[in-house]
Design a protein around this ligand. Structure first.
Ligand SMILES: [Zn+2]
Length: 383
């Protein structure tokens, strides 16, 4: 069943607003205009609205619906920022065709935001909540460093949360984490004709790379998570050297390690440290350092616990497949989970995540909305 005009109109509005993350794309619009539209929608619904600036011109917006009596709190959380639009034709002109809505952010994740807000509207239209409260949070900066979700987790509590990232209406209970590490090898600059004076930093980085390749192989053939598969790593960026006729004095590598739930926050740094120590032991002239960069934990919730079981049950009644799955990408669920809020990821599907043609399935937006309405009633009235 397609969504009604209110849902579709809201989704169109959200996709039409440029909210490219300015930390990803310098000078980009950011989340201010979309935050205003979200706040306006929340006020129209009758939610109590809290706007909190996370960075200059980049506010989180939180809307609260109070039930008639005390009870449990359900949080619905989505990010308002999107990735860039390079190569797209009309990224901010939502186009409805064949049951899909096209445009940047339609799937990731304005479809999910439209579902959250529409669910709140339907709860109010249906007479409100008997107990507890519904918290609808639209946060900034997920596509860069999730400062929005971090700020949210510092000031809001809930008994359960749904992050409405695109899962194709499956119920995601786990995703990987990531850790970024930079490695620098040092040599000695010299004229290319003077090997007795030069020391080649790039060839020394080659030693690091071959160790990383062996590590990558052992990760992929090692421990496997039932929903997420094995951990992995890749060398993302590399540079070094000055010009063709000189020995390079420095080479720089940045790598990404994708982690499984339960791996330590320092897994990648520890692995790099072991590699560098090994290489130093083999060659006292080998000089290198590493630097830990951004790291984010993996996430996992027991699929047999109350929240995933409720979402599966309700979503199946709404006609969703609602399989228990793991997601390949990182989400704000890890931040909410780390703050002690049991969280699942459940949102409308589509295609073209971060690519030049992105769409969300309109039937999915409707089924997601229906599921969130029923979940709000069940979670908030549970003893
Ligand atoms: Zn997303």
């Amino acid at each position: 069943m397609p969504p009604d005009d209110a849902v579709l109109g809201l989704l169109r509005d959200l996709v039409a607003i440029d909210s490219v993350n300015p930390s990803l794309v310098p000078g980009a619009a950011g989340e201010l205009a979309i935050a205003r539209r979200v706040a306006e929608e929340m006020r129209a619904i009758g939610l109590e609205v809290h706007v909190a600036e996370v960075a200059p011109g980049r506010p989180n917006v939180v809307g609260v619906l109070l039930g008639a009596s005390a009870g449990r709190a359900l949080m619905l959380c989505g990010h308002t920022d999107t990735v860039g639009v390079a190569g797209m034709h009309r990224p901010f002109e939502p186009d409805v065709r064949d049951g899909r809505l096209y445009g940047r952010g339609s799937q990731d994740m304005k479809g999910g935001i439209a579902s959250m807000l529409s669910a709140a509207r339907r709860v109010v239209d249906g007479g409100g909540l008997r107990a507890g409260r519904l918290i609808v949070a639209a946060v900034v900066d997920e596509e860069h460093s999730s400062r929005g979700a971090e700020a949210l987790a510092r000031s809001w509590r809930a008994d359960a949360a749904v992050v409405t990232e695109p899962t194709g209406l499956d119920v995601a209970v786990a995703h990987k984490g990531f850790q970024w590490v930079a490695v620098e090898t040092r040599g000695r600059a010299a004229h290319g004709s003077r090997p007795q004076e030069g020391r080649d930093a790039i060839l020394r980085m080659g030693r690091v790379l071959s160790r990383l390749e062996a590590l990558e192989h052992s990760l992929r053939t090692g421990v496997t998570h039932a929903l997420l598969g094995p951990a992995s790593l890749h060398a993302s960026l590399i540079h070094g050297g000055q010009e063709l006729s000189s020995y390079p004095d420095r080479a720089w590598l940045e790598l990404e390690r994708r982690t499984l739930p339960g791996e330590p926050a320092t897994a990648a740094v520890n692995e790099v440290d072991r590699i560098l120590a090994d290489l130093r032991a083999l060659d006292p002239e080998f000089e290198a350092d590493r630097q830990a960069m951004l790291a984010r934990d993996a996430y996992e919730i027991d699929p047999g616990s109350a929240l995933p079981a409720d979402v599966v049950d309700i979503a199946r009644r709404a006609g969703c497949r609602a399989a228990i799955v793991g997601m390949s990408f990182w989400t704000d669920a890890a931040i909410l989970g780390a703050a002690g809020i049991p969280t699942v990821i459940f949102g409308p599907g589509g295609a073209g995540l971060h690519s030049t043609e992105e769409y969300v399935l309109l039937d999915d937006v409707e089924r997601c909305t229906q599921t969130l309405v029923a979940l709000a009633h069940r979670t908030t009235s549970a003893a």
